[in-house]
Design a protein around this ligand. Sequence first.
Ligand SMILES: [Zn+2]
Length: 242
Amino acid sequence: MYFLAIGILGACIGSFLNVVILRLPQNKSIALPASHCPHCSHPLKWYHNIPLISWLMLKGKCAFCQTPISKQYPLIEAACALCYVLVAWRIGTLTQALLLGTIFSLLLALSVIDMRYKAVPDALTLPALFLAFLYRLPLESLQNGLIFLGAFALLRLSVSALAKKEAMGEADSIIAGIIGALLGIQLGFIAIYIAALIALVALMLLRKKGYELPFIPFLSLGLFIAWIFDQPILTFMEHWYE
Ligand SMILES: [Zn+2]
């Protein structure tokens, strides 16, 4: 029952984030107008807005004009639901689980926005960072987060100066701060290492000239992988140092 409630909450958050992903980068209001079909602009009924269920009931089509609805909607809702359940399953305290689930969901939304627009709104990165600072109270997350944020900002400035062009985005430093706050120094480094590694592979596979790879999806993936495999990674590192 507990996990079902958490999963439903996650799906609702995902549903809200779909609106945020669609409207925030275009500076449109999140609250108004009420949900409508992007194709025929017909306002949706409340029962067209139930996360996951509505999409399945409508078989992925608008109820009014039959235009296919993007699969991104149910995918994000399902991913958020899964995220919350996974987090609640691994973390005993409800406050920490809700905090972490929300941060992961925000990172998911940020990843999608970064892939689409190559820029992300501070209105999403800063709340995520603030929540991450609260993860381990009173000061542990704040301290680790600020160390990572500072180190990444410095790295960005030096690389930009050397390359004589802007390297990485400002938002990447904020995501690094979130990683430090949630994982701590040791595991945080591993997360960024994993992120860089996957990004490198993606870069080699894509090989498009002048293609600017959005980094937030990779940082988020690195964070998620390091968080899931924290115990094996830490055990491995202990043996490594011996
Ligand atoms: Zn329609």
